[in-house]
Ligand binder design. Structure first.
Ligand SMILES: [Zn+2]
Length: 322
């Protein structure tokens, strides 16, 4: 099936998503997720935060090491942040902002390494924007099968207060900000945030030049969704756009294109093998991961998640699954 057919199917399915997503499903995979620590806050075993910052444009600074990326846009009435880092990095992130007030905070998705600072900034009056599904995840206790434990919902003050389903725009001073949904790319609530005038595009965990792509298949993410999401990002970017992943260095449009092309190749190969009833181990044995253009940390784990996602979406790629 061509990408456009896959997209049409996915978009047609959007109408039914609200019902499906009314209660977050269990997460079968942590992926990139930095799960909230078992240790109480203030534990002496807490990770030490070492932040770095890099100016991406006159008004935009990238903070890394939280442990994910935090992107900060400065305007006369305060800051707009994309993601708030992990809980044990929150004070360090705040200190790095040199006293500027955070007016607006976007969460690219619900994972704890993107939302751990929500409580701190929410308490101080930030308006928190996110996809409606991200708010649902953060508002409900959820089970983590691989650790056999429940993660508690965030307190009300840490939850997104402004939610959306598709896309929107706002201004912060002179900067035009555009944001929108990236359907089924990494979780079921991923968004991009595009600082249009500064030409900086924050993409969360939907892309990384270094990390194995994480597909939270249990919650609805799959390889087809990731390819389509990358197409949406490519349509926003030009050759000068600075594309900021949650992990790894800033990407160019050409690097994102190469990553998307690799994902599409993997999509074509793995859907064909899935059509013939092949497992993740079969895919590995068939040499699928020898065809990628960068090293993967855990190729089998990636293919396992790909396979799970494809089986959950086999009607999307027209498979006559054996
Ligand atoms: Zn993530």
């Amino acid at each position: 099936m061509k990408t456009t057919d896959r997209r049409r199917f996915l978009q047609a399915g959007l109408g039914g998503l609200a019902g499906l997503a009314s209660v977050p499903l269990m997460s079968g995979l942590a992926g990139c997720q930095q799960l909230p620590s078992r240790q109480p806050t203030g534990s002496t075993t807490a990770r030490k935060t070492v932040l770095s910052s890099e100016k991406l444009a006159d008004r935009v600074t990238l903070i890394t090491g939280a442990p994910g990326s935090v992107v900060a846009l400065a305007s006369a009435d305060g800051l707009t942040l994309v993601d708030s880092g992990a809980a044990d990095s929150a004070r360090a992130v705040k200190a790095s902002l040199a006293g500027a007030k955070v007016r607006t905070l976007f969460n690219t998705h619900y994972h704890a390494d993107q939302t751990g600072g929500n409580a701190l900034f929410g308490k101080e009056g930030a308006t928190i924007h996110a996809h409606v599904i991200t708010r649902q995840w953060l508002s409900t206790d959820y089970y983590v099968p691989q650790e056999d434990r429940w993660v508690k919902a965030l307190p009300e003050v840490a939850r997104p207060t402004v939610t959306f389903r598709e896309k929107g725009e706002m201004k912060a001073g002179a900067e035009r900000i555009e944001y929108g949904y990236l359907l089924e790319a990494h979780t079921r609530g991923d968004i991009y945030v595009f600082f249009r005038d500064s030409n900086v595009l924050a993409v969360g965990d939907v892309a990384s030049p270094l990390r194995d792509p994480a597909l939270d298949w249990y919650a609805g993410a799959w390889l087809g969704g990731r390819v389509d999401a990358m197409d949406d990002l490519l349509a926003l970017a030009n050759d000068e756009t600075k594309i900021v992943p949650a992990y790894g260095p800033v990407m160019t449009r050409a690097q994102l294109q190469a990553e998307r092309d690799m994902m599409l190749h993997l999509y074509d190969r793995t859907t064909e093998l899935t059509d013939h009833g092949r497992s993740a181990q079969d895919m590995l044995d068939a040499g699928v991961m020898k065809e990628v253009n960068r090293p993967f940390e855990d190729p089998y784990r990636f293919l396992y998640d790909v396979s799970k996602g494809l089986w959950a979406h086999y009607t999307n790629f027209g498979g006559n699954v054996v």
